[in-house]
Ligand binder design. Structure first.
Ligand code: DGY
Length: 326
């Protein structure tokens, strides 16, 4: 019997390959660099399954080039790179990898928060110049973290993870989301549900954990930045376009806020040049989920989603299963 064909846009990890190889004839893009678009369109032509990353745009053009495609399994929780309605129209299942990266991403958000407030990256860079003259009273003064107010925008699994980490720092937690979480979660995390305006006005740290949608694009803009404290810091580990980078650079320039720490960018891999030049901004290359353990789990999950589907079962993390033709 002919086995289904899959394209994996990276070599993945041995544990994920073992799952895929047991169910598919797999064409692995052989290197850990982005597959060129033309190559992706060429290789997808006869495939039944696609295992992809968030850097690959899955749109009508790609779907048209893949008439046999039945499933797109992304190795990411975010799926704003996939035109899900277009997939549904063509009866293509879409799956993602929720849950396994929550704590790893919350860890990174916390690292960014600490780094920007306590100027850790600036200090490291200074030491490496060999130019540190020794201890001085007013060197690299930052902002305290303990006892401050943390504002979490988007109180899903990752946002709550960041709130949980703040408990050890005796912080007050404000959160904003489209709906309140159950009272026991608010109690456990000592978190108060507030309107966005209040969160922006009262928080010392504003951390973003929303998906990218039409409603969240440029949620952080000149208008929202103007509502923040001049001593506050912005942390973004969600999606770059949630922040208007030009507005952020201007707000920092005008000292409307004290600093920012970013793991994601509006036009990845490009970073707004005005941000690159600033010392009050910590920049990381989209490494929120980048631990060996978590990236392995994500790849295994994506492989399992595809394999389960071709075994005739509903994949554990199907995004559009109910909308597909039976
Ligand atoms: C995701 O999964 O969407 C993250 O941005 C990368 O892990």
């Amino acid at each position: 019997m002919n086995r289904p064909k899959a394209l994996a846009t990276r070599p993945l990890f041995p544990a994920a390959r073992a799952i895929l190889d047991a169910s598919f004839d797999v064409d692995y893009w052989p290197v850990q660099d982005k597959i060129p678009r033309a190559e992706l369109l060429r290789r997808i032509a006869g495939c039944d399954a696609l295992i992809c990353l968030l850097t690959e745009k899955i749109d009508d053009e790609l779907l048209a080039a893949a008439p046999k495609l039945r499933i797109v399994s992304t190795v990411s929780v975010g799926y704003d790179h996939i035109d899900v309605p277009a997939c549904t129209r063509r009866n293509v299942m879409v799956t993602n990898t929720p849950g396994v990266l929550d704590d790893t991403t919350a860890d990174l958000a916390w690292a960014l928060l600490m780094a920007v407030a306590r100027r850790v990256v600036e200090g490291d860079a200074w030491m490496r110049t060999g130019g540190w003259p020794g201890w001085e009273l007013d060197q690299l003064l930052g902002g305290d973290v303990h006892g401050k107010t943390l504002g979490v925008i988007g109180f899903g699994r990752i946002g709550r993870g960041v709130a949980r980490r703040s408990l050890g720092f005796q912080m007050k937690v404000l959160y904003h989301d489209s709906a309140r979480v159950p009272a026991e979660i608010e109690r456990e995390l000592c978190a108060e549900f507030v309107p966005l305006e209040r969160l922006l006005r009262d928080s010392d740290f504003v951390t973003l954990h929303v998906p990218l949608t039409d409603g969240t694009r440029h949620l952080i803009s000149t208008s929202t930045l103007n509502q923040m404290k001049s001593t506050a810091y912005l942390i973004n580990t969600s999606r770059g376009p949630v922040v208007d980078e030009a507005a952020l650079a201007q707000a920092l320039n005008e000292k409307k806020i004290a600093g920012a720490a970013l793991d994601v960018y509006e036009n990845e891999p490009r970073v707004h040049p005005a941000l690159l030049a600033r010392r009050d901004v910590v920049l990381e290359p989209h490494i929120g989920s980048a631990s060996i353990e978590t990236r392995t789990k994500m790849a295994v999950m994506a492989a399992t989603n595809a394999a389960e589907f071709f075994a005739g079962r509903r994949p554990p993390n199907a995004l559009n299963a109910d909308a597909l033709r039976k």
